[in-house]
Design a protein around this ligand. Structure first.
Ligand code: SF4
Length: 319
């Protein structure tokens, strides 16, 4: 089959301006995108920069966008991408500093963030024969998480990173989960304290894109929620977040739905005059448009009593 690859190019040693090179080549019917890139490099253009290693979908090195979607080049079969036409576009990941062509800065993208979450185990007591043995059953929950191979697909799919690149991101937060929930960890609060800070777990918007993107089914969003629960239940959560949670729950429990005005005021803190003053410009704008929810003037939903009973049952069960 004959296919044309339109490949993103950028060379900081030349003018550094992004462009595109087109390569048309003959490929075997079972060729992958990585096969095509190797052929281009070997036969047409040795200056093309890209990464690839295991060729088996295991190491994650060859992550790039194929026709706009993040894929591992070594598992992306060319025939799957030419159903609508014999052209395939190849680009580096979104919102990541590019070093050259399809090679981007993995440190900035993921490794520096993973380092931040203290990704190692500190155990109580001395290891026996150099090992910290534990019953297999106690590790069941972590087995899945430990199969993460750092491909970064979850970070690529994340909807927060394009607007805030400093967000730790689902890959690093999943790594924090791996150690925070390890039963051998002598202080599992350590990782929780790190990720509870700004740019950590509270900045996740629960879009579940990370779960959709993860090729290993690790469900990074579920891990972030578990870290949040642990932060909240162990009293690590910073005050504004705790107030926000308490107000949200109280509002839904009492009226069956969210009192947004009350939430804004109580999240800032009723005695936090400076914080409350900050809300005034937004409140004034909303009021001018007839959209300002007046705190505590909130009608009950028709089935509010049923919702209240659900809360009471959950509270009872928790006790
Ligand atoms: S959690 Fe899944 S998507 Fe994210 S880096 Fe690990 S394997 Fe890749």
């Amino acid at each position: 089959m004959q296919v044309t690859f339109k490949v993103y190019r950028k060379d900081p040693e030349k003018d550094g301006k992004p462009g595109r090179s087109n390569y048309t080549l003959e490929l075997a019917e079972d060729a992958t995108v990585l096969d095509a890139l190797l052929k281009i490099r070997d036969e047409s253009d040795s200056t093309l920069a890209f990464r690839g290693c295991c060729g088996r979908g295991y190491c994650g090195e060859c992550m790039m966008r194929v026709n706009g979607s993040a894929r591992l080049a070594c598992t992306a079969k060319v025939p799957d991408y030419i159903k609508k036409g014999p052209e395939i576009s190849l680009d580096p990941l979104r919102n990541v500093p590019v070093i050259k062509d399809l090679v981007f800065d993995w440190d900035a993208f993921m490794w520096n963030k993973i380092k931040e979450v203290k990704p190692w185990l500190e155990t109580e007591g001395s290891p026996v024969n150099g090992e910290n043995l534990i019953a297999d059953a106690a590790m069941q929950d972590l087995r899945k998480v430990m199969s993460c191979f750092y491909c970064g697909m979850c970070d690529e799919g994340c909807t927060v990173l394009p607007v805030d690149f400093d967000f730790l991101g689902p890959a690093a937060l999943t790594k924090a989960y791996r150690f925070a929930f390890d039963p051998r960890n002598k202080d599992s609060r350590e990782q929780v304290k790190i990720v509870e800070k700004p740019k950590g777990i509270w900045d996740c918007v629960h879009c579940y894109e990370a779960d959709e993107h993860c090729p290993r089914g690790i469900e990074p969003t579920k891990r972030i929620v578990a870290l949040r629960d642990r932060a909240f239940n162990s009293g690590i959560t910073h005050e504004a977040v705790a107030r926000h949670h308490a107000s949200f729950a109280a509002s839904v429990k009492e009226s069956g739905w969210l009192d947004e005005g009350r939430l804004a005021v109580e999240s800032e803190g009723l005695t936090n005059v400076k914080g409350l003053m900050k809300l005034l410009p937004t409140a004034a704008k909303a009021l001018a448009r007839g959209k300002a929810p007046i705190p505590y003037m909130h009608s009950k939903r028709p089935d509010a009593d049923k919702i209240k009973k659900i809360f009471e049952k959950a509270e009872q069960e928790e006790k």
